[in-house]
Ligand binder design. Sequence first.
Ligand code: ARG
Length: 450
Amino acid sequence: MWKGRFAKATADLVQQYGESISYDWRLYKHDIAGSIAHARAQVSAKLLSSDEFAAIEKGLREIEKEIEAGEFNFSIELEDIHMNIESALTERIGAPGAKLHTARSRNDQVATDTRLYCREEIDNITVLITGLQQSLLKQAEQYAAALIPGYTHLQRGQPVTVGHHLLAYVEMLDRDKSRLADCRKRINACPLGSGALAGSTINLDRQQISDELGFDRVTTNSMDAISDRDYIAEFLFDMALVGTHLSRLSEDLILWCSSEFGFATLSDAHTTGSSLMPQKKNPDVCELTRGKTGRLYGNLVALLTAAKGLPLTYNRDLQEDKEPLFDSIDTLSLALKVNAEMIADMAINLDTCEAAASDPLLLATDLADYLVKNGVPFRDAHELVGQAVALSVQTKTPLDQLDLSQVSEHYGADAKDVFDLQTALAARTNPGAPSIDNVRAEVARWKQSL
Ligand code: ARG
C-alpha cells in the first residue's frame, strides 16, 4: 500500500510482529459499513459516479459474505482488516476500488470501526446483563421470604431474606447497565473525515457519513478523534466493574454452597467433580468467574498503560487496544451467559437457611431498639445488650432464653417478643429495608422494569 517510497519489502518478522488481521478481522462488518458510507459521500462530492459506487458496494457486500462464511483468505502481508478488504475489493473491481481511500486514512477508519464495534457490543452485553438480572430476579421472587442472616465481616449481623440478598446484585447490575449506556453516548460520535490527523483538502460531507452510520454527531477535533481511545478505556472499566460484581456474587455462592453454610445447591450441570475425591461437587463456574475478573482488570490496565505515554496523534502503540477489548468482551459475555443459566437452576436449602437465621444474636440490635423505645438512650441500650450478650456467651445460654430482667430493670416482660423473627423482619419497613412486603414490592418493580 505504500510501495512508492520503499525500495525493500517489509521483513517477515516485522510483518509477523505488526499484523493485526489475526484479531481485527472481527471489525469487518463495521469496516464495510464505514466504507460504503464513505463511498456514498464521495458520490455526493462527485468524486465517484453512481456506477462506480454500485461496483464498490457490490464488491464489499460480496467480501462481507465471504468473510461471514469463513471463505475469505486473509493475508498477514496486508496487515489489518482495512487493507485486506480494500485490496480484495480493488483486485475484484479494479479502478473504483482504488478510489475508495480518497480523503480517508486507516487512522480515522480504525477509530470509526472500533466505535461502531463497541457500540454494538455494549448493546449485546446490556442484553446479557439483563438476562442475568432476570435469573436473579426469578430466584428472588421464589425466595422473597426465605430468611437468612445478613453478614458484615462475614460474621452474622441481622436477618434478611434470600430475595433481598439477590436483589442487591440486581441493583449492582443495573448500575452497570446505566454506566454502559452512558459510555455509549460518548462512543456515538463519528471520527471518519479526520483523515490521518488533519482532515483532508477534499471535503466529504461528514454529517452525511455520520447519519448513515447511525452516529449522533461528528467528532470536532481531528487530532483528538484520531488518538482518542477513552471510550475503549471506559468500556473496559465498565466491564471490569461488572466483573467485580460477578466475582462478589461468585464468592457469596461459593460460601453458600459450602457444607459450612449449606444455603444453596448448584445443579450437577453447573458443577464439577474431583478426579480423586468421589464426594466432591465443586462450584467451578463461580471460581472461574472470580478468577477471570483478573483478566478484565488486566485488560483495562493494559490499555491505560499503552495510551499514557503517547504524543498526539496516532502511534502504532494504539493497535494494542484491540486484543484487551476483544478479550474482555469475550470473557464477560460468556461469564454473563453461564452465570445466568447457573443461577436460574440453583436450589436454596430452606432448612439450613432457617436454622442459621434463627440465631437469636441476629436480633441483638432489635433488643437495643426495644430499650430505645422504652426511653433508654441508644448508647446505653447498646451497652446493656452487650452485657446480656456477654452473659449469654459466658453461661452458654441463648440470648432469647436469658432472664433479661436480671440484667436491667429496663427490660419488661415483653422483651422476649423481640426474638420473634417474623415480627422483627416485618418491622423493617423503611424504603430499602428487607421486610418481606418490601422485598415482594421490589420484585414486582424489577419485573416491570426488566
Ligand atoms: N491496524 C492499525 C490499528 O489497529 C490500523 C491503523 C494503522 N495506521 C497506521 N498509521 N499504521 O491501529
